[in-house]
Design a protein around this ligand. Structure first.
Ligand code: NAP
Length: 276
């Protein structure tokens, strides 16, 4: 089975649109602030996708654009305005920021209740303590949303997460069942992966996982996004080898990435609901 993102997105869009409509009836317009410093190509393309998804379900977007050479104080000023503005429910800040910014200071400036992208320490603490502080990083949650949508049970099943970043690997591991969290020093990764029922790959290495890591009956979630030598998008998993072997796998493109945007929009709606 190919675990396509499109049906998951369609279901989430429908739910988000209904919740937006209910909020608008109460006079609340769910609103996302998008803060971009400079104009990196991948930021622009993600921004375009987010704006289209917001428009589709009825979330308003306010853009805050700063030049690539903006000073940290300017950005902190923008974030302070967003924190203080009750009409804004969530904030998406594009990172990595240019060199002149201290990432930690900037992240810490955002109010956790508006951190719909899970970038503050408060949001991460929420994931690790299982409390509703902030919001989980969207990509990690997207992996779980896909498994949930396709009715793939987690209970009692062994999961391996390859990659331990704070954006994907670690939070995904916290939200899964019995987990082994792997990193670049893990010995015999293929054997460790083959032991799992569910393999989440967030390694950031194009085509690094293939048939030697996988076996029949597994569910594979491929988080990686790369542009290959032919200029086509591909994942961390060699799809052509994996797909005939395993029970189910997410494609790249059309898998985790597309669901990530809907998770983000869902967080904005949830943040707006909390203000009613
Ligand atoms: P990252 O910060 O570079 O982390 C990669 C992780 O993989 C690290 O923890 C690293 O271990 C581990 N790793 C590297 N080589 C390994 C190996 N040979 N064996 C086991 N572990 C290994 O990457 P990221 O930000 O988590 O992103 C991962 C991928 O997901 C990237 O391709 C990125 O483009 C993609 N991504 C997709 C979305 C989406 O919406 N679909 C969103 C974000 C990211 P160490 O800690 O030991 O270095």
């Amino acid at each position: 089975m190919i675990l396509k993102g499109a049906p998951v997105v369609a279901a989430m869009n429908e739910a988000n649109a209904a919740r937006c409509a209910a909020l608008r009836e109460k006079g609340v317009v769910p609103t996302l602030a998008v803060v971009r410093v400079g104009a990196r190509e991948d930021d622009l393309s993600y921004e375009k996708g987010v704006m289209a998804r917001c428009a589709k379900v009825g979330v308003e977007v306010k853009q805050f654009l700063l030049p690539a050479d903006a000073a940290q104080e300017e950005l902190l000023g923008v974030i302070a305005c967003i924190n203080a503005d009750p009409s804004i429910h969530g904030c998406l800040l594009f990172r990595p920021l240019p060199r002149q910014f201290d990432d930690r200071t900037v992240r810490a400036a955002l109010a956790p209740e508006k951190d719909i992208d899970g970038i503050t320490d408060g949001s991460l603490a929420g994931v690790f303590t299982n409390t509703a502080l902030g919001y989980p990083p969207c990509t990690a949650q997207a992996c779980l949303e896909i498994l949930k949508f396709y009715g793939i049970p987690l209970s009692g099943r062994r999961a391996v997460v390859v990659g331990r970043s704070l954006v994907v690997g670690k939070p995904a591991a916290m939200m899964l069942a019995t987990v082994t969290l792997c990193n670049s020093r893990t010995r015999d990764l293929p054997e460790v992966c083959r032991e799992a029922d569910i393999v989440v790959v967030a390694m950031g290495k194009a085509g690094a996982v293939g048939a030697e890591h996988l076996r029949e009956g597994q569910v594979v979630v491929d988080v990686g996004i790369h542009v290959n030598e032919e200029g086509k998008l591909c994942g961390d998993v060699r799809f052509g080898e994996a797909e005939p072997l395993v029970e189910a796998i997410t494609p790249v493109p059309g898998g985790v990435g597309t669901v990530t945007t809907s998770v983000l929009v869902g967080h904005v709606v949830e943040a707006a609901e909390k203000t009613v």
